[in-house]
Design a protein around this ligand. Sequence first.
Ligand code: SF4
Length: 356
Amino acid sequence: MPLPLSRPNVMIIRRSAFIWVMSIDSRAADMLSKGFYKERLEPSECEYLLTFRDRSPVANLAISLADRLTRAECGDTGQICAEIDVSTGPCPCNCRFCSYAEGVTSARFFEIEDSVLVRYVQELNAFSDVRRISLMTIGDTDIDELARRVGIVKDTAKRGTQIYVNTRDVTSDECRILKKAGTYGAYHSCRIGEGTDTEIKEEKRLETIDNLVSAGLSVIAGTGPIGPEHSPKELTDAFFKTADRRCCGADIYAREPVAGTKFNSIGKMSPSRMSQIRAVFTLATSRYDFPINEPFRGTFVQGHNVSYAKYDSVKGKDQLYAARRRLFNNGYQRVMRADSGTNDLTLAYLRQTGSV
Ligand code: SF4
């Protein structure tokens, strides 16, 4: 049985001299309580929780509980993940929501030079506080070349840095090549609209996730790209497609409007609704048993404890500073080091690292 929240379930909002008291749906409150105390939430319960509007008492409580859970699970320790584009440009896969799709993109073909990759990683090493480096590619990547670049990062990065790849669908053999080269994990998404808004079948995406997991890689599964038109059922179906495939984490992301694509005019999901969606799925998977153990992991769904920095020569350093500040501003007390230790995340630390 879920431990009940204190009754009556009311939320008090103060604004100036006025006080409104808004009641909270007791069925939803019981579901949220279940998630907070690490009992499984069924897909139908997630759907129900997502029928409430963002900023409603139910949505606000979900966000608060998910945040408390994440903080408790990671011991108030955040982690920074740097993303480096290594092979990008017009992509022949032509997914109908993507800025790299051949039919709409203005991007040029780009292959990172080895010396530039080494320099970026050396810069990221400066304070030993980048836990994860992800190498980003598009849908026609040469896996042998990606593996070679993984080797460069492994030879240059601080000991313990987790190297992730974000790449096309891969076979079991290709997963083994990546693993042997030093890859720790991979990000892979079974996108909403797979097979209709993409040329790739859903089964292929899921098979890749299974191949990555079987090769012993830590897999972060993506749920998205989420747009304002998606119903609670569509969101829930999309999330649970990958939730029980022995992944080590999940990332829930909004669709970016891209000029020239069919979704451009629909716009972007609001940040408050995205927070609500992440919170519901965080609570739904609070009892998740991680296949790989590591300190200060956090919850299955990545929250504010994971801060991203897109690293390049133009704004990379600013992005890294901002990633540290986000963790600090969100109240995290420590930042995880590459070697699994921690640095205290204080104002003095922000100043020492040039982040303020
Ligand atoms: S495979 Fe990836 S990079 Fe290529 S079009 Fe699809 S989303 Fe974009």
